[in-house]
Ligand binder design. Structure first.
Ligand SMILES: Nc1ncnc2c1ncn2[C@@H]1O[C@H](COP(=O)(O)OP(=O)(O)OP(=O)(O)O)[C@@H](O)[C@H]1O
Length: 299
């Protein structure tokens, strides 16, 4: 559906994208992850023709980004593109005109898009009176107005509370069920983990790693992560080293990589003599993979 190859972008002498390549398959939700300044928005701006790349190619359905591919792409940018004083219906109608939809098509699409994002009862409400979550949904409705095949969502849930976030995730899944391909950027690792079929981790302008969560898990030689609270961390680390368990810090948590699933009793036996206040096992999460990959590069 979307193929980006060798994308390079410089601002002055500074290279922001350094040969970015990725591929998004039809019908999937693809999450582009990366720290602040990694180049996510720059990539989206090139995709939407707002910026010119210095090198590389982007193709949608095999065609280079151009007027021909414009109808296939809908973009909900980070800064909502809504006109605050216009109602939801008027905003959609306005963007429908920009896309050259006829009066009949516009009326049909306005109703369809309001229904799709759950804003049918807000048709006449000015955008400035919507909650943050509703405004994001209106922004998505705008991106859907011309019935694209691929929708790009730049940080769709940033700044939203958890309820609004759940609603948006459900909306994105519904769009996928209806056949939409989705590219989203996010800083939220749990969002990517729950929502995305495949994930690309961007760092300093290139993809470090790409794949399903299961594929990405193979980057870490651990079956589970063991977190331990103890008054004697040095002793726990020394014991883990003697057992061949790598240790990591996730925030202030002390954690060890388990090569296989250990029962609680096995853990307690192996750490015998060390005062354990709390022990928790958890599956390898995107957070662990992301930290490992991005820190390896810093090393
Ligand atoms: N117009 C510009 N002129 C110069 N530098 C820019 C311009 N736009 C972006 N940059 C720089 O390019 C880098 C990549 O920016 P970009 O917005 O693409 O990153 P991002 O991954 O989307 O970050 P964030 O997660 O914070 O949105 C940043 O260091 C940014 O400061």
């Amino acid at each position: 559906m979307l193929k980006i190859e060798g994308l390079v972008k410089r601002y002055g002498t500074r290279s922001v994208l350094k040969g970015l390549s990725l591929q998004i398959l039809e019908g999937e939700i693809y999450g582009l992850l990366g720290p602040n300044g990694a180049g996510k928005t720059t990539t989206i701006n090139i995709l939407s023709n707002l910026l010119q790349a210095d090198a590389g190619t982007i193709a949608i359905n095999g065609y280079p980004v151009s007027e021909r591919t414009k109808p296939w792409l809908g973009i909900a940018p980070q800064e909502n593109l809504v006109y605050r004083s216009l109602s939801c219906g008027e905003n959609l109608d306005f963007f429908g005109r920009l896309y050259g939809l006829s009066g009949t098509d516009r009326r049909r699409r306005v109703q369809y898009c309001l229904d799709a994002v759950g804003l049918a009862d807000r048709r006449s409400t000015p955008a400035e009176r919507l909650s943050g979550g509703m405004r994001r949904r209106l922004s998505m409705a705008i991106a859907l107005m011309h019935n694209p095949k691929l929708i790009v969502l730049d940080e769709p849930t940033t700044g939203l509370d958890i309820e609004a976030r759940y609603e948006l995730w459900e909306l994105i899944r519904t769009l996928q069920r209806q056949g939409m391909t989705v590219l989203l950027t996010t800083h939220l690792l749990d969002e990517a983990e729950r929502l995305c079929d495949r994930i690309g981790i961007l760092k300093e302008g290139a993809i470090l790693k790409e794949g399903t969560l299961t594929e990405l898990r193979t980057c870490i030689a651990a079956k589970e992560i063991l977190t331990i609270q103890t008054a004697d961390e040095a002793a726990a680390i020394a014991r883990a080293e003697s057992l061949g368990l790598p240790h990591r810090r996730y925030g202030s948590d002390l954690a060890f990589w388990l090569p296989e699933q250990w029962e609680l009793k096995e853990i307690i036996d192996r750490f015998e003599g060390i005062p354990l206040d709390a022990v928790a096992r958890q599956p390898v999460r995107l957070e662990h993979i992301y930290i490992e990959l991005t820190q390896q590069l810093n090393a």
